[in-house]
Design a protein around this ligand. Structure first.
Ligand SMILES: [Fe+2]
Ligand SMILES: [Fe+2]
Length: 318
């Protein structure tokens, strides 16, 4: 029998050679745990993320906007399902994952604890929140764990549609009446900083970063991704005549990047710890949706049971 050290060396050699780790392969317990935490957090974010936008489906300003938003929110539900399935390949069951979300033990992206107050927020969410998600997820298409990487490839295709539909809402409002332009600016003002916080704490305070990079779960740090997002998004705001709400924002010729102001990390931690504007409401909505859907799960199980019984009877006769 091989000792642990040898197994770990072989595992790291595979990672270094860009060979994907698959569910039945040996993996260090810490790698498995990190992935379960990250993939389930990601899955929870997808389904909690349906709530702030779901809030506007009935009030979308035209049939076209309604159809697009409905499709987008449905995509997010699908992303949640791929990701729960990817997490399950690591030997955890879905009930445990859902319970951890409902009890508050598991986290989801803090951005979804902010309220969606006006229609323009649908534009800002698609443009900025899905935009930030893409930065992170494009990197994850090459993550070392096979099922997660493959789920991400498909998810990324849909996310780029989400980002564009949001930007198109912002573009339309920014070219509209002064009141519409004001709404677009207001939405940008409120969603800008929480979007930058989506990349997580600064590298200096991020406890999981180092091993995640060594194992190629992540290939870029929180701060690198955040910088990328700022560099890509500021010109998009300028193009439609909106102003990013940061007085310290300035192109830095020497670095070839934008410099930007300090984030309010006290606010970030407060929201993570459950004290954001909508934490309580979001969890209540999720628990209610789960309870209201109990009959669907029961019916599906009863149907599967009946099918199995019938198949056994036919088998016994034959
Ligand atoms: Fe998504
Ligand atoms: Fe999305």
């Amino acid at each position: 029998m091989q000792n642990l050290e040898q197994l770990e060396l072989q595992f790291q050699a595979k990672i270094d050679a860009e060979i994907k780790i698959e569910p039945k392969d040996w993996m260090p317990e810490a790698y498995r745990k990190t992935l379960i935490r990250q993939i389930s957090q990601h899955a929870h974010s997808e389904i909690v993320g349906m709530l702030p936008e779901g809030n506007w489906i009935t009030r979308a300003p035209s049939l076209r906007r309604k159809a697009v938003l409905l499709a987008k929110v449905q995509d997010e539900g699908g992303h949640g399902l791929y990701l729960y399935s990817a997490a399950e390949t690591l030997g955890i069951d879905r009930d445990t994952l859902i319970n951890d979300l409902h009890s508050g033990k598991a986290k989801y992206s803090s951005i979804f604890n902010y309220p969606s107050l006006i229609w323009a927020d649908m534009g800002a969410i698609g443009w900025l929140v899905d935009g930030a998600a893409i930065m992170n997820q494009v990197m994850l298409c090459r993550t070392s764990y096979g099922p997660y990487a493959r789920a991400m490839v498909r998810i990324c295709k849909e996310e780029s549609f989400h980002q564009r539909q949001g930007y198109e809402i912002m573009l339309t409002l920014a070219q509209g009446s002064p009141e519409q332009k004001r709404m677009a600016q207001d939405a940008l003002n409120r969603w800008w900083w929480p979007s930058l916080m989506m990349f997580g704490p600064p590298d200096s305070e991020s406890t999981n970063s180092e091993s995640s990079i060594k194992w190629k779960i992540k290939r870029m740090s929180n701060d690198e991704l955040r910088q990328r997002f700022v560099d890509a998004t500021v010109p998009q705001a300028e193009l439609i005549g909106l102003k990013v709400p940061d007085k310290d924002l300035k192109w830095n010729e020497e670095r070839g990047h934008y410099d930007f102001g300090a984030l309010d990390w006290d606010e970030f931690w407060a929201v993570v710890k459950g004290n954001g504007p909508c934490n309580k409401e979001r969890l209540e909505q999720r628990v209610k949706a789960y309870e209201d859907g109990a009959w669907v799960r029961e019916a599906a199980l009863a149907h599967a049971e009946k099918k199995k019984e019938r198949a056994e009877k036919v088998g016994a006769v034959a």
